[in-house]
Design a protein around this ligand. Structure first.
Ligand code: HMG
Length: 464
């Protein structure tokens, strides 16, 4: 029998600065940001689903965010460096074209655990836009399933700073953060099924050329790529799940009925909600319950009923909005997906770190609420522009709630401060503060970037 492998614990690092896009208690009240961008705060809160976006301080880059998440994970679990076979990093906002973030993180951790303590621990940087976390995790699982771990664990960490040009349509979907996963045999949180679905295409939806610090994006096209790839990956997962007997959907049942909590890549919460709606429609078609939905919101639009593709796409989008308002959709969405999206509403997009950060929020929220998830199967859907999606499933383990209650996720979201528009724009553009300040908020017992030499080498230290 294959060894049970999966996620034993999760640690999230969230920068302590944020830009307020909308006031959640008074969505109609303009914010400094919405006024400057001549936009409606309700568009941010209800249209895309983001209230605040996290931004890093001057001493934070993707390596620092990762090292802080990993250090917390190691300390909380008393993980000895010698027990780690690999510390792999997933990122699309790395700090060097050659030296991986994994090497800089190694150096930071050795400042705490002793020089040479991680000499027998490997590390690499994975890149495929936001989906790289799924590739990094899959590689670690394959290695453990192949029987090569010899009792040692691995840490997978996704870390990113999502940045679009000031005033661009992508600007309100920025964010930053890191999430570290302890991957072990007989995990306390989630045992992952050896069934992973993939869908990949060569697409021009979003990219960041070597000369640019901000991404180029075809926003509306990127949404369509996300939905198409996610459906393809889930179909590929379903084929394998059925063939291997992991899931058997009976008559009148949908595969989704056999999946409880779900977590998606979240560029902004509305996107994940839409993805879930498209998947439900896909898997409900042909079932009696879909007939009931159609009875409420009419038949689906058909492409051959429209002269222009744009007209059909608009009819499709309107139809899906109506579906998302039905009781049938809302009940599934609130039960399975919504709790995790609170992370993205409060923090924005953190690219590769987004899906697992939302999973952390989902598990912590359900644990605090006393929901019984032990033994339930859940699902993860990852998407990376360019483009590729991955779909996977996992079973929640007996000890999950004790573990999830210690994440401290909601507390980290509370322990932050807003920045003014002027501070945000200075940080975004990497300019000096006119009043001579070196940073916005004092570091709090964490790794910081000290300097970057004229040759581009980076120095870090732990600021006590
Ligand atoms: P936009 O043009 O600013 O927004 O771009 P919009 O005008 O289409 O409005 C957005 C929604 O708000 C619409 O709803 C409006 O109706 C609604 P929808 O029709 O989509 O359901 N709205 C309002 N709602 C309430 N009150 C109002 C109001 N006004 C409008 N007053 C866009 C939005 C997301 C395209 C833009 O922000 C963008 O380009 N973002 C970056 C790209 C992105 O996040 N794409 C998502 C898929 S790709 C992905 O996930 C990968 C990624 O994470 C990168 C990676 O893989 O590395 C990005």
């Amino acid at each position: 029998m294959r060894t049970k492998v999966g996620i034993d614990d999760i640690a999230v690092y969230i920068p302590r600065l944020y830009v307020e896009l909308a006031d959640e208690n008074r969505p109609e009240k303009p914010t400094e940001f919405s006024m400057a961008r001549k936009s409606d705060p309700s568009k941010y809160l209800h249209g895309i689903g983001i209230a605040k976006m996290s931004i890093p301080d001057t001493y934070q880059d993707s390596a620092v965010l990762a090292a802080n998440a990993i250090f917390e994970l190691m300390e909380r679990n008393n993980v000895q460096p010698s027990s780690l076979a690999r510390i792999d990093i997933a990122t699309e906002t790395g700090v060097d074209e050659s030296k991986p973030v994994a090497a800089y993180v190694h150096g930071m951790l050795e400042q705490k655990y002793g020089k040479g303590s991680l000499n027998r621990t490997s590390g690499v940087e994975y890149k495929f836009a936001c989906v790289s976390i799924a590739d990094a995790l899959e590689s670690s699982l394959d290695w453990a399933w192949a029987g090569r771990s010899n009792g040692r664990s691995s840490i997978i960490c996704a870390t990113d700073i999502a940045r679009y040009p000031l005033t661009s349509p992508g600007e309100p979907t920025q964010g930053a953060g890191a999430v570290a996963l302890l991957v072990e045999e007989d995990p306390r949180l989630l045992a992952i099924d050896p069934v992973i679905g993939t869908h990949m295409e060569d697409e021009d939806d979003f990219w960041r050329p070597l000369f640019s610090t901000t991404a180029v994006v075809h926003g509306k096209h990127s949404e369509r790529c996300y939905l198409r790839a996610m459906e393809g990956a889930v179909d590929n997962w379903a084929e394998q799940a059925i063939a291997s007997g992991i899931i058997n959907a009976g008559p009148g049942e949908s595969l989704v009925d056999h999946i409880g909590p779900m977590s998606f890549h979240v560029p902004y919460p509305k996107m994940a909600e839409k993805a879930f709606a498209y998947l439900l429609r896909h898997f409900w078609r042909g079932l009696p319950r879909w007939k009931a939905v159609v009875g409420e919101i009419s038949d689906e639009p058909k492409a051959d009923g429209y002269k222009k593709r744009e007209e059909f796409e608009k009819a499709e989008a309107d139809y899906m909005k109506r579906f998302m308002e039905t009781h049938e959709f809302q009940a599934e969405y609130l039960d399975k997906v919504a709790d995790g999206l609170v992370h993205a509403k409060e923090s924005g997009n953190s690219y590769s770190a987004s899906e697992k950060s939302c999973l952390s929020m989902l598990l912590e929220t359900k644990a605090m609420r006393g929901t019984d998830l032990a033994g339930k199967r859940g699902g993860s859907g990852n998407y990376g522009s360019g483009c590729k999606a991955k779909a996977s499933s996992w079973t929640v383990q007996e000890g999950w709630a004790t573990c999830a209650k210690k994440f401290g996720h909601a507390e980290k979201l509370r322990h932050r401060r807003p920045v003014s528009l002027a501070e945000y724009e200075i940080l975004h553009e990497g300019k000096p503060f006119p009043d001579g300040r070196k940073f916005v908020a004092e570091p709090e017992s964490e790794f910081v970037l000290v300097d970057v030499t004229s040759q581009g080498y980076r120095h870090y230290r732990f600021a006590d």
